[in-house]
Write a protein that binds this ligand. Structure first.
Ligand SMILES: NC(=O)c1ccc[n+]([C@@H]2O[C@H](COP(=O)([O-])OP(=O)(O)OC[C@H]3O[C@@H](n4cnc5c(N)ncnc54)[C@H](O)[C@@H]3O)[C@@H](O)[C@H]2O)c1
Ligand SMILES: [Zn+2]
Length: 358
């Protein structure tokens, strides 16, 4: 078991290990000594798998535990589910000293976090991420949100969890593509800030070093968000490596391509374009492509540079005459590269070409 401390405006710890679900009640009791009621939030895939273990653990500590279970998937991350959840919390009579538990992937975490941030102007919540992506990314950093018809994550707040408990045993039931989506974000940490992590992934079977790799990813993200909790500086943006093009791929595919796959393509397009411009060597590009492919992640797209650049320009990250892309100096080092709006399409065009090995 490994524990990572996050020094946010409200400090918390992230635990990564096996057999963690049974310990949630006990840990909740020490975090919330005066709490009486708990809203256990989950989706209809995760709750049947792990809900009972978590409920039992909470009930054993004397918490009155109320479940709130909603249909799985991004479609549920909306203002209706959010309001239904808030009403359920109110009906269950939670007070400010009570708390929520988010048991599930990033959808459950983002939704529960936002409900906890806003119910009675903020109550505590414990994140229990059950997808690889939620463990290494969504549950650390304090971003909570739901989607609006106008766009993703538009209704949200920064609200730090009271604790994050990652039980790696839950990953055993994860479908392969969902697991792979988390791998894309781990490769991202390796590329942008952690060469050693990248090399571990190249050399070892992820399943055999899962706990170590998840902990390492969490502490990488922690290092970034601690410097820039509210994304006001220039540090947190580095986490967007692969994401500017990735979001465009998601959008152009009408969200048929998953976030993880899109980010994988986005990272490859970025470094291939850099390589075509002589900014990074071809061998580095090959290493990144091969690592992603080893997780069965896509490295190419058939979408046109025009469609992708149009999607980027309609995105919220546009500021003035340039768009900030995150580029790599080498594996383990990222920097912000502003590209003038008029040059985006041709830059992406370069990244769509398959990198010829030399
Ligand atoms: N807050 C942040 O900083 C942040 C960062 C990245 C992503 N996100 C958000 O996270 C969401 C994506 O998260 P996700 O990929 O975890 O999606 P998800 O929560 O939809 O989970 C993916 C699927 O896996 C299922 N599942 C979850 N755990 C399982 C398990 N242990 N066994 C079997 N099935 C399981 C879920 O029911 C769901 O169908 C997006 O909404 C995204 O915006 C937030
Ligand atoms: Zn991402």
């Amino acid at each position: 078991m490994e524990t990572i401390k996050v020094k946010a405006s409200r400090p918390y710890s992230v635990t990564v290990g096996s057999e963690q679900l049974k310990t949630i009640g006990e840990r909740a009791r020490s975090l919330f000594p005066k709490a009486v009621r708990v809203m256990l939030v989950s989706d209809d895939t995760v709750f049947p798998l792990y809900g009972e273990t978590v409920s039992r653990s909470l009930i054993a500590e004397g918490f009155e535990t109320e479940p709130f279970v909603f249909p799985h998937g991004e479609k549920s991350k909306n203002s209706k589910t959010y309001l239904d959840l808030i009403s359920a919390i109110a009906r269950a009579g939670l007070s400010r000293s009570d708390f929520c538990v988010a048991l599930g992937g990033g959808v459950v975490g983002d939704l529960t976090g936002f409900a906890a941030a806003t119910y009675m102007r903020g109550i505590g919540f414990i994140q229990v991420p059950t997808t690889l992506l939620a463990m290494v990314d969504a549950s650390v950093g304090g971003k909570t949100a739901v989607d609006l018809p106008e766009g993703k994550n538009l209704l949200g707040a920064f609200w730090q969890p009271s604790e994050v408990i990652c039980d790696i045993d839950t990953l055993k039931t994860l479908p392969d593509p969902v697991y792979a989506a988390g791998c894309a974000e781990i490769v991202k940490y390796g590329c942008m800030m952690d060469k050693e992590l990248f090399e571990t992934l190249e050399q070892q079977d992820l399943k055999s070093v899962e706990e170590k790799v998840i902990s390492r990813s969490v502490s990488d993200k922690r290092d970034i968000v601690e410097q820039d909790e509210r994304e006001t500086g220039s540090t947190r943006i580095l986490l967007n490596f692969g994401h500017t093009v990735g979001h465009a791929v998601e959008k152009v595919s009408n969200y048929q391509i998953s976030h993880g796959s899109a980010v994988s393509i986005g990272m490859c397009v970025m470094v291939r374009a850099q390589s075509e411009c002589g900014m990074i060597d071809k061998r580095t590009v090959k290493r990144i492509e091969s690592l992603l492919a080893s997780f069965a992640l896509p490295t190419e797209t058939g979408f046109s540079a025009r469609d992708l650049s149009d999607a980027i320009l309609s995105d919220k990250k546009k500021t003035g005459k340039t768009v900030n892309f995150v580029a790599l100096r080498e594996i383990g080092e990222a920097y912000v590269m502003p590209i003038p709006i008029g040059e985006i399409e041709s830059f992406i065009e370069k990244g769509l070409k398959t990198c010829k090995s030399n």
